[in-house]
Design a protein around this ligand. Structure first.
Ligand code: GDP
Length: 444
């Protein structure tokens, strides 16, 4: 079973949370140790494990309790989302050149499945409706050229070769000329593989890369080599500059270390995975599907997502009701500011709004400081005061207490209270206007 070992290792983490009613720093500690152990046993590289554990812990403890969702289910969801992020988030599509042909350069050590990947990729592209050509630039192993020729025939794609005498960069150049004359859409260049990374290999690769100016440079790595695969991707990227990795032999990998480490260690995404020896056993790499497969809990995930969605809807309806009945209070105020904070830092959001790019970094810092400032006062209010801001409006004593406990002065508290009532009035006006749209005009 692919990644079976990791799946089993993670299961003990969920089991330890059974019977608890909330994720806390304390009750999460032991399950997190299980997750850490499972990842290390899966051969995920240590720095990756560390930062993963850190961000899962932080997110898990910070999440709101969702009605009907058990803590262990909540943790599954957090781990899933972080796994998806770890593996690059979105699927990383193959990039095609704006004007054909697209040149894909394939590199990799011997035995990783590079030759097979050439043919599999050609087969995949052919199914997409692209015409392909393979170029055999691995001149050190005559058998490699023969193998590529045979595989090319098998998938119905021409293979360009000049035997073992010519220079790889020259073969590649000639091959591209030939492919252009045939109006080929995609050219895949197979380069020499060696038993290990060496200078000669790197400099030859660099030369071929210069000669063919590829759109994609993909390093083929073997999943069975775990975190070693990740550091290879990193090395090749530093040495020659690559655009991504192809991870082969995933079908035989029960651990998962390579799939989980590559993006984080090298900064480069996995674009395809090989899952068998047949030509159709190459597919794009989907981080979300991979995470689900690792956790083996697709139904739990969709359940938690649905529950979250219901909560969000109820929250929004609740807020709307409150605004209409003039009950918008400090808790809602906090929820709103926290929602903004959760969306990422203020500055990034403002940067995304068209026309807002004239806001200076200083102004943004000021806005962020303002939010923190207001929060510190709300934090020391009693639950009743947050619920009913009128209490603060009516009692100077209460305002003085809030000021004292938050280290602010009375005037600042008064301003905050006034601001809340202003917001309330504004919101009611807004809602009134929105509702007025569907009611008959009384003045007319
Ligand atoms: P190269 O030396 O890198 O060109 O490797 P080859 O393409 O010759 O492949 C080496 C061996 O690995 C062959 O027996 C392939 O059939 C096998 N192979 C390649 N990819 C996969 C894969 O995704 N899964 C499995 N199970 N075997 C694979």
């Amino acid at each position: 079973e692919m990644f079976g070992q990791l799946t089993t290792g993670l299961e003990s983490a969920w089991n330890k949370l059974r019977g608890t009613d909330q994720l806390t720093k304390d009750n999460i500690a032991e399950p997190m140790r299980d997750i850490r152990r499972a990842l290390l046993e899966a051969d995920v590289s240590l720095p990756v494990v560390r930062s993963f554990i850190e961000s899962v812990t932080e997110k898990a403890v910070g999440t709101d309790v969702i009605r009907g969702v058990k803590p262990e289910q909540q943790l599954v969801k957090v781990v899933n989302d972080e796994l998806v992020q770890l593996m690059g988030g979105e699927v990383s599509d193959l990039v095609f050149a704006k004007t054909a042909p697209t040149v894909i350069l394939l590199a990799g050590l011997q035995g990783v499945g590079k030759t097979t990947v050439c043919a599999k990729l050609a087969y995949y592209l052919k199914k997409m409706g692209k015409s392909c050509m393979l170029i055999a630039a691995d001149v050190y192993r005559p058998a490699a050229i023969d193998q590529l020729t045979i595989l090319g025939k098998q998938v119905g794609v021409p293979v360009y070769s000049e035997g073992t005498e010519a220079k790889p960069s020259q073969i590649a150049k000639n091959g591209i000329k030939e492919a252009k004359s045939k109006k080929t859409d995609v050219i895949i260049v197979d380069t020499a593989g060696r038993l290990q990374v060496d200078k000669a290999m790197m400099s030859e690769l660099k030369e071929v890369k210069r000669a063919v100016n590829p759109t994609e440079v993909l390093l083929v790595v073997d999943a069975m080599t775990g975190q070693e695969a990740a550091s290879l991707v990193s090395t090749f990227n530093v040495e020659i500059g690559i655009t991504g990795a192809i991870l082969t032999k995933l079908d035989g990998d029960s651990r998962g270390g390579a799939a989980l480490s590559i993006k984080e260690v090298s900064g480069k995404p996995i674009k395809f995975v090989g899952r068998g020896e047949r030509m159709e056993d190459l597919e794009p790499f989907y981080p979300d599907r991979m995470a689900q497969r690792i956790l083996g809990m697709g139904d739990v995930l969709s359940f938690v997502e649905k529950a979250q969605e219901v909560m969000r809807q109820e929250d929004a309806e609740e807020l709307q009701k409150k605004i209409l009945s003039a009950k918008f209070n400090f808790n809602d105020f906090l929820k709103q500011t926290q929602a903004i904070a959760q969306m990422g830092s203020f500055s990034r959001i403002i940067g995304m709004i068209p026309g807002m790019n004239k806001v200076t970094p200083a102004q943004i810092r000021e806005a962020e400081k303002n939010l923190k400032f207001m929060e510190s006062m709300i934090n020391v209010m009693t639950p009743e005061e947050r619920e009913r801001p009128e209490l603060l409006a009516e009692s100077r004593e209460r305002r003085i207490r809030v000021a004292k406990e938050s280290g602010k002065n009375e005037r600042q508290v008064s301003q905050l209270v006034a601001q809340l009532f202003r917001m309330r009035a504004q919101m009611q006006k807004m809602m009134g206007a929105m509702q007025g749209q569907d009611t008959p005009d009384m003045e007319g």
